[in-house]
Design a protein around this ligand. Structure first.
Ligand SMILES: Nc1nc2c(c(=O)[nH]1)N=C([C@H](O)[C@H](O)COP(=O)(O)OP(=O)(O)OP(=O)(O)O)CN2
Ligand SMILES: [Zn+2]
Length: 118
């Protein structure tokens, strides 16, 4: 069974690795959406894979680091592409959520990165 929980955060960033003329070189912001996808068996007693509240609690500290911040200043997010944000979240959530199967980071409703581990 696969379950997914979605989160939102607002943040500013710039992409330092793109050419100076690229519009993402300049400081700008996004309303990000993050999806944490977990895969595992449904526990017969509880009726769920993992309590959504447990996922929310596990992600809360990272959400606080990301929300309303300048992503480039966060340790490990010096080049905050959607891909690197997904990887950054994965590396910090995997130990707490062993059933984590994918991290999706949407920069816009039309553009996102999905990381499923190595
Ligand atoms: N593979 C990736 N490509 C790009 C990334 C990325 O993280 N991974 N990021 C960007 C920039 O962050 C850019 O700001 C993305 O915004 P864009 O898709 O242009 O969204 P807008 O809100 O600016 O879109 P409108 O067309 O103005 O609606 C670029 N590429
Ligand atoms: Zn951007």
């Amino acid at each position: 069974m696969i379950i997914t929980q979605a989160f939102h955060f607002e943040a500013a960033h710039r992409l330092p690795a793109v050419p100076v003329g690229h519009r993402c070189y300049a400081l700008h912001g996004h309303s990000y959406r993050v999806e944490l996808r977990l895969e595992g068996p449904v526990d017969p007693q509880s009726g769920w894979v993992v309590d959504f509240f447990a996922i929310e609690n596990a992600f809360a500290p990272l959400l606080a680091i990301l929300d309303h911040h300048y992503l480039n200043e966060i340790d490990g997010l010096e080049n905050p592409t959607a891909e690197n944000i997904a990887l950054w979240i994965w590396q910090r959530m995997r130990a707490q959520l062993p059933l984590l199967a994918a991290v999706l980071v949407f920069e816009t409703p039309h553009c996102w990165a999905e990381y499923r581990g190595d």
